[in-house]
Design a binder for this molecule. Structure first.
Ligand code: ZN
Ligand code: ZN
Length: 272
């Protein structure tokens, strides 16, 4: 890779993040990174939908203060992208339109975590649904998320549904859901957004979150904007499995992935 980076990481501004943002920045610098996006969870889906009152909401005011301080403090060592991961729900669209008015960012990931009112992190979602039904519902929500009315840059972790699913074969395979996945990829391309390759695939039995056929198909359909993120919630996972991902991306016909500064994509050349 032309230089070391990570476009999807979390700090303790996220409800599930452990390390401080400064710990993450220092760890990234130590590893020789030139770019780090801290994409803390902004879960307005949990505000708009019933049943998620227990999810701690991000304190955007303190975060802006801290990110501004860190950006300045480490400016000569790393580009720190002040970024957020929005949890998509149609009901939350107007709340995100408000966030983007008051909280300027470098980069925003739009991710689906909640499907049919249930967080797909929890077993109950799968226990009450067949795999075909559950994955189709997830993909429909993803397709809807591409059309979100606010400014986001990338569609996050396509395939996240597989992570905690309880079916004997958890994998989200392109061959099982071709039409709807094509529809998602075509919409991403038409909107000028990026598809994220997320390496936090633990437990999915896929090398990456999604089967690499999806990356190949994205290319075939004319996709160019790809981002690469580890979803690290701890310093030791920064850029985890990027070599493996890079090989898959290059073999799918891509020469670059992108990092975002002020919502403008910058190409990073791949070497694999
Ligand atoms: Zn996520
Ligand atoms: Zn994340």
């Amino acid at each position: 890779m032309e230089y070391m980076f990570d476009t999807h990481t979390h700090s303790n501004f996220s409800h599930d993040g452990v390390p401080s943002a400064e710990t993450m920045v220092q760890a990234a610098i130590q590893r020789g990174f030139k770019y780090l996006a801290i994409t803390d969870h902004c879960d307005k889906d949990c505000v708009a939908l019933p049943g998620f009152g227990w999810v701690r909401q991000i304190d955007l005011e303190s975060r802006k203060e801290e990110m501004t301080r860190l950006k300045q403090k480490y400016a000569d060592k790393i580009y720190l992208a002040d970024s957020l991961e929005y949890g998509y729900a149609q009901e939350a669209n107007s709340l995100y339109l408000d966030v983007e008015k008051t909280y300027p960012t470098d980069y925003v990931i739009n991710s689906v975590h909640i499907v049919e009112g249930v967080d797909v992190y929890f077993r109950e979602f799968f226990e009450e649904r067949t795999k075909k039904y559950a994955y189709t519902a997830y993909l429909k929500a993803m397709r809807e998320s591409v059309d979100a009315p606010y400014d986001y840059d990338a569609i996050g972790h396509l395939g996240y549904i597989a992570r905690c699913s309880t079916y004997p074969d958890k994998r989200l395979l392109y061959s099982d859901f071709q039409d709807i996945i094509d529809d998602i990829l075509k919409a991403i391309i038409a909107k000028g957004k990026a598809l994220e390759v997320n390496t936090s695939s633990k437990g999915t039995k896929c090398d990456l979150f999604h089967d690499t056929t999806i990356i190949k198909r994205y290319r075939e359909l004319g996709g160019e904007l790809l981002t690469l993120g580890s979803d690290a919630h701890e310093p030791s996972r920064l850029s985890a499995d990027f070599k493996k991902a890079e090989a898959a991306i290059v073999s799918s016909g891509f020469k670059y992935v992108f990092v975002y500064k002020n919502h403008i994509p910058h190409a990073v050349k791949l070497n694999a």
